[in-house]
Design a protein around this ligand. Structure first.
Ligand SMILES: C[S@@+](CC[C@H](N)C(=O)[O-])C[C@H]1O[C@@H](n2cnc3c(N)ncnc32)[C@H](O)[C@@H]1O
Length: 301
């Protein structure tokens, strides 16, 4: 097993919810992401996971699933999520897990639905994380992935006008700010395939993500236009954000029970619960459960 993993874009202590979303004029982005999710998430499922859920912004799109895992690297984001989601119906369905996408603490066949939005753009080794994700989903499961598209209209124009030095047609990810990457669609589709996923559909979204449009067009019109572009733009997906629907081939077995869903992220051994600690069946690592959040980032010393 690889012992070193790439640096993480750490949101610990971040006020992402109020700094980026609430009152920040991003109702359009939020609305069009929800449209794509409603199209791509399956009608039913036993256990759902939002990888890099942040403060839980999109969790209510998963209301139809029996159990919901809210997973993120940042424990403070998960504390925000707990507060934000406390009033959701059946809030006891939520399981909060702090973990690193490069070292996931979930056993095989733990989830039959997974989703990741606005996270892969922080990953220096996206293919490694996709392999980790694949390993905890069942055959027959659906994984909805959003990624930031480097081959978008604005980037193409800027490149042609020589206002941008990186080439949007180049397959390699571009790191435009430290730990912030835009991806060529083909790079993501290849990484998904190599991880074991079959990509079924793509929906290019957020075509009108420009201050000018937001100033002159009312929100319902922008959302309606985006819906049309999501459909007609599928052949030439040059939007800044793309949602994909991916499946793992095979018949869907039942997901494992909640007692069996965790594994040690260091050794891969099964874990069992003793009070507020998850204890490995092999070796020493022990993992804390604090304020209702499973913490798999650092073992208890
Ligand atoms: C831009 S926020 C998106 C949050 C949420 N998905 C949304 O769309 O509102 C990115 C999130 O990814 C998480 N993240 C970044 N790298 C991670 C990693 N290696 N493992 C787990 N979470 C990670 C961050 O902690 C942060 O909450």
């Amino acid at each position: 097993m690889k012992t070193t993993t790439p640096e993480v874009c750490d949101y610990t202590g971040s006020t992402y919810r109020v700094d980026f979303w609430e009152g920040k004029g991003r109702e359009y982005e939020d609305a069009v992401e929800r449209i794509a999710l409603r199209e791509l998430l399956p009608a039913e499922g036993r256990r759902y996971i939002d990888f890099g859920a942040g403060f839980g912004r999109l969790i209510n799109e998963a209301a139809r699933y029996d159990e919901i895992v809210v997973m993120d690297y940042s424990a403070t984001m998960l504390q925000d999520a707990k507060q934000y989601l406390a009033k959701q119906p059946n809030a006891q369905r939520f399981i909060y897990v702090a973990a690193d996408l490069y070292k996931l603490p979930f056993a095989a066949n733990t989830f039959d639905v997974g989703m990741m939005c606005r996270v892969i753009h922080h990953l220096a080794d996206a293919p490694a994380a996709l392999k980790q994700i694949h390993a905890c989903l069942t055959p027959g499961s659906t994984f909805v992935l959003e990624f930031a598209n480097k081959r978008n209209l604005k980037a193409i124009l800027r490149y042609l006008l020589k206002q941008q030095d990186w080439n949007p047609y180049d397959l390699a990810p571009v790191e435009f700010v430290k730990l912030n990457f835009d991806f060529h669609p083909q790079y993501i589709y290849t990484a998904l395939k190599e991880a074991g996923f079959t990509t079924i559909r793509q929906i290019p979204i957020s075509w009108l993500r420009l201050g000018l449009f937001k100033r002159v067009l009312p929100l319902p019109l922008m959302v309606g236009l985006d819906r049309v572009l999501q459909f007609v733009g599928r052949m030439v997906p040059a939007s800044p954000s793309i949602f994909t629907q991916n499946r793992i081939p095979g018949d869907r077995p039942p997901v494992v029970s909640q007692d069996a869903m965790f594994k040690c992220p260091i050794t891969g051994a099964a874990l069992h619960r003793e009070g507020d600690t998850m204890v490995s069946t092999v070796g020493n690592p022990r993992w804390a459960i604090r304020d209702g959040i499973y913490d798999f980032k650092e073992p208890i010393q």
